[in-house]
Design a binder for this molecule. Structure first.
Ligand code: FA5
Length: 338
């Protein structure tokens, strides 16, 4: 038995010395001292040792157990220190290495134009007001003097959700929401997405408009002209020409459309401007008396002007983009240019 104990001690100490990682050491702990470990088995065999030898053998087995425990603890400490050192060396940072360049993102051209316009109009005292994209027919059409079956509905091919709910076709719906909630003087700008069943080089099914509304005492068409000319001067090149053209919107009277000279051909006529040399950027006019009355504003006291412009059209003109669809393809080579 003594022999066996000594051999086991030598073998265990040798194994522990050879353990290279803490995991191997943990396995050895189980192998020798675990529930069915070799030292534990020895202790279990004590019952077969003759009584007179029991104290001496018991002392040896206990000594073996303590020696193995002590040796494992020592080796564990040494291995942990070595492992920590190796990890710190491996994870050390070389501060002399060149840094990794992060690629900067940029704003989408439509957002650039929106921000630029908001800034220009803010300078003239306009505040931003937003409305919902899923809108009631009531706000998008009826309150704007476009009752059901009015022919003007044909100009805006509409995506209906139900008979009375639709994807708004114009930010003009925001005019009504604003006038219902605020008393004049009103001076707001309402940017947002709008939806129409359109699709060609200058028409997209989802696009962005920016509505402007000013209601106060003594507002005239001259104020509208002055404000829009001022903003066009800020947003476009000084050489860009603008023109006011008579138009029709049920919610303004009189109504106009503002065109700017085509950036692609400089006004000579090309496929972008359909040969006319002009591109329409917005519709506008004096707020119709009926609309003011619908919103509880007295048209004999107050007058107002409103305009709605297409942000994509302005981005196309400003950056010379020949097809509106480039703005929605999300091709990074195109977007990187702005
Ligand atoms: C309107 O939507 C009126 N609500 C504008 C208005 C507001 C008039 C206030 C009077 C007073 P219109 O349908 O013309 O008008 O659209 C306005 C602008 O949106 C157009 O000038 C054009 O620049 C842009 N636009 C219209 N349809 C599309 C489309 N499918 N894709 C891209 N831009 C469009």
């Amino acid at each position: 038995m003594k022999e066996k104990i000594l051999r086991l001690k030598e073998k265990a100490l040798e194994d522990i010395k050879n353990a290279k990682i803490t995991k191997a050491l943990a396995d050895l702990k189980v192998k020798y001292l675990g529930k069915s470990g070799e030292v534990t088995e020895l202790l279990k065999g004590m019952k077969d040792v003759p009584n007179e030898e029991k104290p001496a053998v018991g002392k040896l087995v206990n000594g073996l157990r303590s020696a193995i425990e002590e040796f494992i603890a020592e080796r564990e400490k040494a291995l942990k220190e070595a492992e920590l050192k190796a990890r710190l060396e491996a994870e050390s940072i070389d501060v002399t290495l060149p840094g990794k360049a992060t690629r900067r993102g940029g704003l989408h051209p439509v957002n650039l134009v929106r921000n630029e316009l908001i800034e220009a109009f803010s300078g003239l005292g306009f505040k931003v007001f937003t409305g919902p994209e899923v809108e009631l027919d009531y706000y998008n059409f009826q309150q704007l003097n476009i009752p059901a079956d009015h022919p003007a509905r044909d100009m805006q091919d509409t995506f209906y959700v139900t008979d009375s709910v639709l994807l708004r076709t114009q930010t003009s719906a925001g005019q009504i929401r604003c006038m219902e909630n605020e008393k004049p003087p009103i001076k707001i700008l309402s940017p947002g997405r709008v939806y129409r069943s359109d699709y060609d080089a200058t028409h997209s099914p989802m696009f962005h408009q920016m509505e402007g509304l000013v209601v106060d005492k003594g507002i005239t068409l001259c104020d509208l002209k002055g404000v829009l000319e001022e903003v066009c001067k800020k947003v476009f090149d000084k050489d860009v020409k603008t023109r006011l053209r008579p138009s029709y919107f049920p919610f303004t009277e009189p109504s106009v459309e503002i065109d700017v000279s085509c950036s692609e051909c400089g006004g000579k006529g090309c496929s972008l401007c359909k040969g006319t040399g002009w591109i329409e950027i917005l519709g506008a006019g004096m707020v119709n008396r009926v609309v003011l009355e619908n919103c509880g504003v007295d048209p004999d006291v107050y007058t107002g002007f409103a305009f709605g412009l297409g942000l994509e059209r302005i981005a196309m003109l400003k950056y010379g983009i020949p097809d509106i669809r480039y703005l929605f393809d999300n091709d990074i080579r195109f977007l990187k240019q702005f």
